[in-house]
Design a binder for this molecule. Structure first.
Ligand SMILES: NC(=O)c1ccc[n+]([C@@H]2O[C@H](COP(=O)([O-])OP(=O)(O)OC[C@H]3O[C@@H](n4cnc5c(N)ncnc54)[C@H](OP(=O)(O)O)[C@@H]3O)[C@@H](O)[C@H]2O)c1
Length: 257
């Protein structure tokens, strides 16, 4: 379980441990909820990741499932975003998550029937204003998961993408913001304030944990699960029936732009 020190990952790790699973919780801090073995691992470092995973699998005697919820959030206009923040977003949610899945696949395959559960975001279906990098990272990983089903299905590994809407977690306070230049200052401020309000009024992380546990326990795990307030969940299907520009105006007006 990655991202187990906080938010969605912590809720998942706790719930799975309570249900009797042996859970190793991975994060940069190594903090983990009660009943979960915490471990320091930075998913942006491929060599350390492979070494750490090998040791974890050795300790556990195998790997039945990988639940990936490690992530960061960067907000603000793209042109104002310093390269270190561009790197932080893409290296964690896209590159790091890809390296992690790549390293875990042989173990999941060896177990015969391993399960990969990736915590993505509804932002894959409904891109968010002034969070272009965040959306790009999540969309990229979603594409990876979708394509992987062709290669992993025949070798017995299932892939479930769980897409939360707004969730009350540390992500809101931890978000790293690019200071908006004058071309975007008003719009970026309004959009990010609306985004923060949505997250603060979001669902509890336990709802995502319940969906992850259900997916892990299902005889045939779902390929995609959306967990969100109903109005957020409705935005994906709505997008499919509305003209693109109209849909973007509706979303834009929600974000005050
Ligand atoms: N909250 C929401 O509204 C929401 C909605 C949709 C999707 N999501 C997605 O859900 C995932 C989890 O978010 P959250 O809300 O639970 O955020 P969070 O409370 O900030 O938790 C993020 C977790 O990721 C870990 N992490 C960050 N960088 C890492 C790295 N390089 N290596 C290993 N672990 C790392 C953090 O631990 P350390 O700091 O100790 O490393 C922490 O445990 C993210 O991908 C996020 O985009 C969140």
């Amino acid at each position: 379980m990655t991202g187990a020190s906080s938010g969605i990952g912590a809720a998942c790790a706790l719930r799975l441990a309570k249900a009797g699973h042996r859970v190793v919780g991975v994060s940069r801090s190594g903090v983990a909820p009660e009943g979960v073995a915490g471990r320091v691992l930075d998913i942006r470092e491929p060599e350390a990741l492979e070494r750490g995973l090998r040791e974890i699998v050795g300790d556990l005697g195998g790997l039945d499932a990988l639940v990936n919820s490690a992530g960061v959030a960067v907000g603000g206009p793209l042109e104002d975003t310093p390269i270190d923040l561009v790197r932080a977003q893409l290296e964690t949610n896209l590159f790091g998550a890809t390296c992690l899945i790549r390293a875990a696949v042989p173990y999941l395959r060896d177990g015969g029937g391993g399960r990969l559960v990736h915590v993505a975001s509804l932002a894959v279906d409904v891109p968010l204003p002034f969070q272009a990098l965040y959306c790009a990272a999540h969309a990229g990983l979603n594409g990876l998961c979708e394509a992987l089903r062709y290669e992993l299905g025949p070798v017995g590994v299932t892939v479930t993408v769980v897409s939360p809407g707004s969730v009350r977690t540390g992500l809101t306070a931890n978000r790293r913001m690019a200071a908006a230049g004058s071309a975007y200052a008003g719009a970026a401020g309004k959009a990010m304030a609306a985004n923060d309000r949505d997250e603060e009024a979001g669902i509890g992380a336990e709802r995502i944990a319940a969906a992850v546990e259900k997916a892990l326990g299902a005889r045939v795990p779902p390929e995609r699960v959306a967990v969100a307030h109903w109005h957020e969940k409705a935005s994906g299907p709505l997008r499919r029936v509305l003209p693109e520009r109209l849909f973007r105006r509706i979303i834009g007006s929600h974000y005050g732009i």
